[in-house]
Ligand binder design. Structure first.
Ligand SMILES: NC(=O)c1ccc[n+]([C@@H]2O[C@H](COP(=O)([O-])OP(=O)(O)OC[C@H]3O[C@@H](n4cnc5c(N)ncnc54)[C@H](OP(=O)(O)O)[C@@H]3O)[C@@H](O)[C@H]2O)c1
Length: 87
């Protein structure tokens, strides 16, 4: 996690899975937190984005698509995602 404009930003890997979704929801429910869901599949990412936003009542959540077994850079981000970059 790192500080970003007064908020803490958490990158959650495996966010389309059961444990990742629960972790993302828990972090997003804490005050002053942004969450980036790292997923491989865009359909699952969109679904998790909707559920985590709904359950945490936090809109500061976005997803990034990446396959951690691949060296290719992350190619897609959620529509309307802010400028914050995950490096
Ligand atoms: N659930 C349990 O009770 C439990 C207990 C002890 C330990 N664990 C361990 O905890 C971990 C997560 O469990 P889970 O139940 O959440 O598993 P899960 O539902 O199968 O989720 C696994 C997650 O990892 C992602 N993933 C796999 N390979 C990836 C790659 N190369 N790049 C990016 N993402 C990748 C999957 O993405 P996709 O959706 O794209 O496949 C999914 O989001 C597993 O290693 C599991 O063995 C689970």
């Amino acid at each position: 996690m790192s500080a970003s404009a007064g908020r803490r930003v958490a990158l959650v890997t495996g966010a389309s899975g059961a444990i990742g979704e629960a972790i993302a929801t828990g972090i997003a429910s804490a005050p002053h937190h942004e969450v980036v869901l790292l997923c491989r599949d865009e359909r699952r990412a969109r679904e998790r984005l909707r559920r985590v936003r709904e359950r945490s009542a936090n809109d500061a959540i976005r997803y990034e698509l990446a396959d951690l077994s691949s060296r290719r850079p992350a190619s897609r981000r959620s529509p309307g995602a802010g400028e914050g970059r995950c490096t």
